[in-house]
Design a binder for this molecule. Structure first.
Ligand code: 6PG
Length: 246
């Protein structure tokens, strides 16, 4: 049974500060010289402030970066310097200002998206010490949620949402007319801890549906399918996004 917690913060800045403080604590307590702390980070706009805070001297000095491996949850199939690139956002918000962290970039710009996905899955398994027959278990995965209930690049009615064999796969998102690479649900649900960062009034109605309607009701939203078998899900919300929860 997944343990689900909801925390509501006054605004995105306070939400981001709480997430950054918890990241530092998780990295300190969950890593050792022989066992790195592996985190998977989402793109989009919400986590940007969180990433900026991780790179501040006050926070960064508390994080054992040599024992931390950062991965991407998903990536748009564009060049890494494209304004739409999640990697570019992370690089500008954080990576340029932290000591040489182990950052594993998703090469989503490669023409052979299946090969790029397979290579990334192998890299995850190698760092997390997972065999080819088991799902790699991240220490923490940070997710966002779109106003259509998507998370990672798992959009409603897209092929990747039902992928249960691959850890990473390409996904064509017709509504955006673009391909993405994404971690799949089995990897999200193998995590020790999943933290959704959701901000803004525009997400309030979808958040109410995702958190207040039974998962068995239809339609099911991708964000509702994130239920780690032996992990916890935390929802870090600002007041505007939580307005519909009562
Ligand atoms: C991406 C993200 C995506 C994001 C949601 C929310 O590549 O866009 O991984 O899943 O988390 O779309 O995006 P915002 O934070 O910009 O609202």
């Amino acid at each position: 049974m997944t343990n689900t917690e909801i925390q509501v913060f006054p605004d995105l800045d306070e939400l981001s500060r709480a997430a950054a403080e918890e990241f530092a604590s998780l990295a300190q307590t969950s890593s050792s010289p022989s066992k790195p702390f592996a985190a998977a980070l989402s793109g989009g706009s919400t986590p940007q402030r969180f990433y900026e805070l991780l790179a501040t001297p006050e926070c960064s000095s508390k994080i054992p970066w040599p024992r931390v491996h950062l991965f991407q949850v998903d990536e748009r199939c564009v060049p890494p310097d494209d304004p739409r690139s999640n990697y570019r956002m992370m690089r500008e918000a954080m990576l340029e200002r932290i000591p040489s962290a182990h950052f594993h970039r998703m090469a989503a710009e490669e023409p052979d998206r299946d090969a790029a996905s397979a290579r990334y899955a192998a890299e995850i398994r190698q760092i997390l010490g997972a065999g080819s027959e088991e799902w790699p278990r991240f220490g923490v995965i940070y997710l966002g949620m779109g106003d259509d209930g998507h998370t990672a690049s798992l959009f409603p009615d897209t092929a990747a949402l039902t992928e249960r064999q691959l850890a990473v796969c390409p996904n064509y998102v017709a509504k955006l007319s673009m391909y993405r690479l994404t971690l799949t649900l089995p990897v999200l649900n193998a995590a020790k801890r999943v933290i959704f960062l959701v901000s803004g009034a525009g997400k309030a109605e979808m958040l109410r549906q995702v958190l207040r309607t039974p998962r068995s009701a239809s339609p099911q939203y991708p964000a509702q399918l994130v239920q780690p078998e032996s992990g916890a899900v935390a929802w870090y919300l600002d007041k505007a996004a939580a307005a519909g929860l009562g």
